[in-house]
Design a protein around this ligand. Structure first.
Ligand SMILES: *[C@@H]1O[C@H](CO)[C@@H](O)[C@H](O)[C@H]1NC(C)=O
Ligand SMILES: *[C@@H]1O[C@H](CO)[C@@H](O)[C@H](O)[C@H]1NC(C)=O
Ligand SMILES: *[C@@H]1O[C@H](CO)[C@@H](O)[C@H](O)[C@H]1NC(C)=O
Ligand SMILES: *[C@@H]1O[C@H](CO)[C@@H](O)[C@H](O)[C@H]1NC(C)=O
Length: 429
């Protein structure tokens, strides 16, 4: 299927045969796989396609996205605490057909920004919701490509973090065109949704329009003609049968880098700074910081939200038997004291390696100079005559020849070597 076309920037995931390839040295990095700070998933596909297009799960949770009969379904994990037994799932179903003709191709962007879920088709926002107990972070998940996709392959599939809409829709802004949608709490069930099962649950909770009703239906609510209702921060009026006119609530501009929408507010505002664990220095609202390799925190409106994350670890510079994992919030191995650093040959070939408490000590061999990581030959022949003599260098009747790590004395023509450094003039009798 299209597993091999997954492009996931920022995260080091390589997908083959539907499973994550985790090489022994670089641990797969899931930091941004829909962690709850700010993340997004983008995909582009034919509106007539059906099936699950993304499924990540571990033994506790799953995140699933699929499309069926012009309807997007998302199964998201909800948890009131980090204790596993409190977990449940919620299915969000968003009917793209209800917003009328949207072309053959769907450019779907689903964003998560601290418990706010938004779904866009291009720059049209079609759905938004606030889910206070959303738990998207999955530790040690496996990423499955479900084999039930029917239709052409999605032309794009990206996961990232940040806020893509601001940049992407900078010029024309985001229009709100809300689709019909509903959500339901579902039993935990880690089988990927089979197409048939989805069929059964699909439209059952949608408000039915009573016969003879000639008002409008919007977001599962019925409006009589001339009736006005605020729906997801839009003021909507039913002007005629099935004809709703909505106007987004007008919001003043905000200047901070991580504007947030507080619960029950329609307009973004700037959050407040946080103090992490009684630190004296504040973290600005929105800032992400890592108190350990595997512990990611984000300041969000006075509160610091932290979660365990899976990090990218560089292999430490000692043999694997000497790795230790023992510090708070750190999951990357470190070398123990006096590890066999020299075993991985960190020094130059003309240097001698000695293990010390924190790392290798490299010192250049006699006749070489440098810092030990790099050693170069000393040209003894370029020393001054005095120095040469002190060193017992080449004496009269000879010339000096540099060799790696040392030097040799060669006799001048007509001279003969007596001892290592001295030549005597041959006197022919
Ligand atoms: C597809 O959705 C429409 C409503 O949007 C519904 O009338 C129809 O029965 C659905 N078809 C299937 C096969 O579920
Ligand atoms: C997707 O499902 C709908 C409704 O069940 C159907 O009409 C459509 O042909 C399906 N698309 C593909 C590519 O199978
Ligand atoms: C809706 O309002 C318009 C203008 O105020 C009025 O002309 C019309 O009769 C109203 N329709 C209904 C069904 O109340
Ligand atoms: C050692 O010297 C080489 C060559 O000058 C240099 O490239 C390298 O960065 C140095 N290494 C250290 C650890 O100072």
């Amino acid at each position: 299927m299209w597993a091999h076309h997954l492009i996931i920037p920022l995260v080091l995931i390589s997908v083959s045969h539907g499973h994550i390839d985790r090489s022994s040295y670089i641990l797969a990095h899931y930091m941004n796989l829909l962690s709850i700070g700010e993340s997004w998933i983008l995909t582009n596909f034919d509106l007539d396609s059906n099936g699950t297009f993304f499924l990540a799960q571990n033994s506790e949770r799953r995140i699933e996205f699929g499309f069926k009969n012009k309807t997007l379904y998302m199964v998201l994990p909800i948890s009131k605490s980090r204790i596993q037994s409190n977990n449940w799932e919620k299915r969000y179903v968003i009917d793209f057909d209800s917003i009328g003709k949207i072309g053959r191709n769907l450019e779907l962007i689903i964003t998560f920004q601290n418990n706010h879920i938004h779904v866009y088709n291009g720059c049209d926002e079609v759905y938004s919701d606030f889910e206070p107990h959303l738990q998207l972070t999955l530790n040690h998940p496996s990423l499955h490509i479900v084999d039930n996709w029917k239709g052409p392959e999605p032309t794009q599939f990206l996961i990232g973090s940040g806020w893509p809409i601001g940049q992407k829709c900078k010029h024309d802004g985001v229009k709100k065109k809300y689709a019909d949608a509903y959500t339901e709490k579902i039993e935990r069930n880690y089988e990927p949704s089979a197409i048939d099962a989805i069929n059964e649950i699909f439209f059952e909770t949608v408000v039915q329009v009573p016969p003879g009703f000639d008002g409008c239906k919007i977001n599962n609510a019925l409006l009589n003609i001339n009736e006005t209702k605020t729906v997801n921060c839009n003021t909507c009026t039913c002007v005629d049968r099935d004809n709703v006119v909505c106007q987004a609530v007008d919001c003043p501009a905000v200047t901070c880098t991580h504007p947030m929408i507080r619960k029950d507010d329609c307009c973004p505002s700037c959050g407040e700074q946080c103090f992490y664990e009684s630190h004296k220095i504040a973290n600005p609202h929105g800032e992400v910081f890592w108190p350990g390799d595997c512990y990611r925190c984000q300041c969000w409106d006075k509160k610091v939200h932290c979660s365990s994350e899976y990090a990218t670890c560089e292999p430490p510079s000692c043999p694997e038997e000497d790795w230790v994992y023992n510090e708070k919030f750190n999951c990357c191995p470190k070398c123990r004291d006096f590890a066999r650093f020299c075993a991985v040959k960190p020094c130059h070939k003309y240097a001698t390696c000695t293990d010390s408490k924190r790392g290798p000590k490299c010192s250049c061999d006699t006749g070489f100079q440098g810092n030990g990581t790099y050693c170069e030959d000393i040209d003894e022949c370029s020393f001054s005559q005095d120095a040469k003599e002190q060193l017992g260098g080449c004496l009269s009747g000879s010339t000096c020849r540099n060799v790696p790590g040392s030097y040799k004395c060669d006799c001048l023509p007509g001279y003969q070597m007596i001892g290592e450094n001295t030549c005597l003039l041959l006197i022919r009798v």
